[in-house]
Design a protein around this ligand. Sequence first.
Ligand SMILES: C[S@@+](CC[C@H](N)C(=O)[O-])C[C@H]1O[C@@H](n2cnc3c(N)ncnc32)[C@H](O)[C@@H]1O
Length: 306
Amino acid sequence: MGKKNAETSSGRPKRGRGARGRGSSSRTNSKATSDKRLERTSQDWRPDSAIDDVGAEQDNGLEHEDDDQVHIDVPVAMWDFDHCDPRRCSGKKLARLGLIKELRVGTRFRGVVVSPKGIQVVSPADREIVLQGGLAVVECSWARLDDVPFNKIASPHERLLPYLIATNPVNYGKPWRLNCVEALAAAFYIIGFGDYAEKLLSGFGWGEAFFKVNKPFIDKYRKCHSAAEVSAAQEKIIEDLESSWQQSRKEKEDAGDDLLFENPNHQRRLGEQGESDSESEVDEVGDEIESLSGVLSITNLHPQHQ
Ligand SMILES: C[S@@+](CC[C@H](N)C(=O)[O-])C[C@H]1O[C@@H](n2cnc3c(N)ncnc32)[C@H](O)[C@@H]1O
């Protein structure tokens, strides 16, 4: 088993590790080490056994290895349509860190592809597909999805991600609208490869916030056994967020408060924040992000609703 690392037992990726922890996604130690790690993550993240609800308040449920020691032993890949500024794009940054492989258009990918064109949501049931074939994303602009030849990158295992909140600087606070590194990390977390998720996020200054904000949701999804269960968990999360928003609105109304205050969700609706896909590094994550998951309601950004 990996050593328990005090810094990472909080479930947060460590800052600035990516630059030091460079390594190819295909880089492996010995096969024995690799098998041991997969066996370990497999045991630690089995939905039934992974979550200790009490401990989960403090921990993401994994025993961690230092990010520098973690090597991602499944293929991680992207089709890159060059829509974004190369210096600011999370997919390209992963490539510079040696953590993702670029696929040519027309190349088939045997693993799970997280894509806005997916129908089924990703779930722990996808574990074997990822172990055998890996995980891929489509690096493109959200504003230019129509320019992407999705028919040429079709995969038998395309997946949507369930409700999760972006914490990247471009689409910060928007549900479902994750960038590539967040999308890969989200799928790894849900499927049961938390160390891999942290390894990817550790190269980004704001990466720590992603798990912090989404932990309550990820904890629910990773307990599920099937896509249907993840979809049901998502529906419940959405309902709860809506009723909590309505409730707080009602309380303010009853107290005679000015209801003209801005709904943070409405500020972030599609199109109101610009549709740049530029990534920029932020070193500090403000207090706002801490409360983000508590205040957000639902916006109409679901990939299927565009
Ligand atoms: C549209 S691109 C934008 C990338 C951004 N320019 C960056 O720097 O990373 C994000 C990709 O992540 C994946 N993704 C993000 N959110 C998703 C979701 N809710 N469901 C499925 N895939 C998603 C898809 O592969 C999508 O094409």
